[in-house]
Ligand binder design. Structure first.
Ligand SMILES: *Cc1c(COP(=O)(O)O)cnc(C)c1O
Length: 638
């Protein structure tokens, strides 16, 4: 334990409670006795990787933060768990239809991730889901001949042909019809020379999801056929003599379904549709329940969109049970089951670790020593400041805000000098600090005071771009678990806010998880001279990478792939290193060609030499610097 805490009763257990690692980590992350974050890629304590030691190892190899660390064993473990839960549910209900997990590649398209999942799944038959032509091409090329490829998304002739030709070269695509015009197109194309591919229909259930992704579901949703359109599609297929191609029923009611009731409801609805189509003589072989299996970004007892009230086992049971019941009572064959879980498979497997590059406390303002008696506002505010108590501080808070506003207005119209404005500003913040202390001491909870906590908190500037690495943090104010990956044996001494490197006021984290729920600040440690301070963003494996953008021209970070390896000294191997994008690459995406830019800089350099503003030697040195800059990362280096 560090010196600072010899007298504190801080324990590792308290750190675990504060950052709620037991609640969101699903067994993959924890805090070890050295106060560092440990990774358990197989949820097994005998295989653990110390994340701080790993960061130090990466530093030695000159792999600089920010770095995205991907634990491929976690991906494998997630698939195994999903399959195990469905196998268990099938056993429990004596369900004969087989189960096949299908991975929707839009959630994390990284080839190495998709390949790792396919590899893990040697035993079970993983499938892939594609939602666009680009994803379809990738899926067709990566999938083996036994793997299902579910073709979702809007389709044109090329999309349909790609799937058809794929099936002719031995792959197993199923074209899922999203709108009625697609079925006409498929029939038309296939009625020529092509063989009819297997078809599915995506149904718009009336069951609606809740939370952030509720819009994906219900009868107004963007995708899928209404029941009347399903009936119409069947008629069209019948007329074309192609009804036997239809063998899959699909629905998708949105991501991160928070409540298991929604799943139960959707299942009873799809089961009824299955019965009706079967009775109509249509040979539906598969029920594809789409994505939506959620994870806990916070704790399972929180009622937010980012938490769920069920386990994977509950999910599997409800799906199997619903179909078992109707098939039994209607005496129908039990269809095979497909899930398209993406988030639940990938979220845990990557962690973004970065370093703090600056720590700033808001200025401690000094009270004016001498008051100009003419300056009434300052005198009023000082009077209030001196008389603040827990009984009056809310009312006085409003008074201070009002006086301050008036002073700023006075400055605008020229009756208050710059000096006076500066004095009143200092007094304003000093008073706010005082109010915050009183509020804290007396446990006063008011909206105004919560805001003060954030306004008065010190800021850690982190070496990353929120927009590139955790875009949902900004776009939908999603909560991700965030914590230091070391020094957790020391009590955090200050509530902070985290900001990124972009010149955007939105580039900071506004919601943090803490032991009490969600907060506007995060408890952290003050920086120590000469030591890096590393912060980890967890559960960023789903959606974040591909949604990331180039705000301020910050590009993809360094990434490393880690696999457990009993033979290696640390118990793991760095199997891949993917270099972050260089300034040249990023500029290139926006049509800046390095050659042109360098040439233009060289011209300026030469004319400066001509004018005698710089020497030739200086010019050469500057050009070397410029040229090297193109090959470097846009993130901070020291
Ligand atoms: C996005 C999507 C998925 C994945 O959803 P998750 O909630 O990440 O599991 C599955 N199916 C379809 C059709 C999708 O659009």
């Amino acid at each position: 334990m560090s010196d600072a805490n010899k007298n504190s009763d801080w324990t590792i257990e308290k750190a675990r409670e504060l950052y709620r690692t037991n609640q969101w980590s699903d067994g993959y992350y924890g805090i070890n006795e050295s106060g560092n974050v440990s990774v358990f890629p197989t949820c097994d304590v005998t295989n653990q990787i110390d994340l701080k030691v790993l960061m130090d190892e990466l530093q030695k190899r000159n792999i600089q933060p920010p770095v995205l660390i991907r634990f491929l064993d976690i991906l494998s473990d997630r698939i195994k768990k999903l399959v195990e839960c469905f196998e268990q549910a099938r056993k429990t209900y004596d369900y004969s239809g087989e189960y096949c997990p299908v991975y929707p590649i839009k959630v994390n398209q990284q080839r190495l991730a998709v390949e790792a999942m396919i590899e893990t799944n040697g035993g079970t038959n993983l499938g892939l889901e594609a939602g666009s032509k680009a994803e379809l091409i990738a899926a067709l090329a990566l999938a083996s001949e036994t793997m299902l490829i579910i073709c979702n998304g809007y389709k044109d002739t090329d999309y349909i042909k790609t799937a058809m030709y794929g099936s002719r070269i031995g792959k197993k695509p199923i074209l899922v019809v999203e709108k009625i015009s697609e079925i006409k197109e498929v029939i038309e194309i296939a009625s020529g020379v092509e063989k009819m591919p297997k078809l599915g229909v995506r149904v718009k259930l009336s069951t609606r999801s809740e939370g952030r992704w509720a819009e994906t579901s219900g009868e107004q949703s963007k995708f899928g056929l209404r029941i009347s359109e399903v009936v119409r599609a069947i008629t069209l297929l019948k007329e074309a003599g192609k009804l036997d191609a239809l063998n899959l029923l699909h629905f998708h009611i949105g991501s991160q379904i928070p409540d298991i009731q929604i799943i139960k409801e959707a299942m009873t609805e799809i089961a009824r549709i299955y019965v009706a189509l079967r009775k109509d003589g249509i040979n539906i072989e598969y029920i594809d329940v789409g994505g939506g299996l959620g994870i806990n970004y916070a704790g399972s007892n929180d009622s937010s969109d980012y938490c769920i009230n069920y386990s994977i086992a509950d999910y599997a049971e409800d799906i199997v049970y619903a179909l078992k019941t109707v098939c039994k009572s209607e005496n129908l064959p039990e269809p095979r089951l497909i899930t398209e879980s993406g988030r639940a498979l990938t979220a845990h497997y990557s962690v973004l670790v970065t370093n703090a590059v600056d720590f700033s406390r808001p200025n401690v303002d000094v009270l004016p020593s001498r008051i100009n008696p003419e300056f009434k506002m300052l005198e009023d505010m000082l009077g209030i400041n001196r008389n603040l108590t827990h009984n009056n501080c809310r009312g006085f808070y409003h008074d201070i805000v009002y006086i301050y506003k008036q002073a700023v207005e006075g400055f605008r119209v020229g009756i208050i000098s710059l000096e006076e404005r500066s004095e009143i500003e200092s007094l304003y913040w000093e008073s706010m600090r005082k109010i915050r202390v009183i509020a804290e001491q007396h446990g006063l909870r008011h909206r105004e005071f919560d805001q003060l906590n954030r306004q008065l908190a010190p800021t850690y500037i982190l070496n990353f771009s929120l927009f590139q690495s955790v875009p949902d943090c900004w776009a939908i104010e999603q909560i991700f678990p965030i914590l230091p990956i070391h020094r957790l044996d020391e009590e955090p001494d200050t509530n902070c806010v985290l900001a990124d490197l972009t010149c955007d006021s939105d580039g900071c984290v506004v919601r943090y998880l803490d032991s009490g729920g969600v907060d506007e600040t995060i408890p952290l440690h003050s920086p120590r001279e000469g030591e890096p301070y590393y912060i980890g963003f967890f559960l960023v494996g789903a959606y974040q990478e591909v949604l990331g953008d180039y705000h301020n021209l910050f590009g993809a970070t360094n990434a490393v792939h880690i696999s457990l390896d009993a033979e290696s000294t640390g118990g793991y191997k760095i199997t891949h290193r993917i270099k972050g994008e260089t300034i040249e690459e990023i500029l290139g995406y926006f049509e800046y060609k390095a050659g042109h830019l360098i040439e233009s800089l060289r011209h300026s350099m030469e004319s400066s030499v001509d004018r005698g503003a710089i020497s030739v030697e200086e010019g050469v040195r500057f050009m070397t610097h410029f040229e090297r800059a193109f090959t470097e990362s846009p993130y901070l280096n020291d």
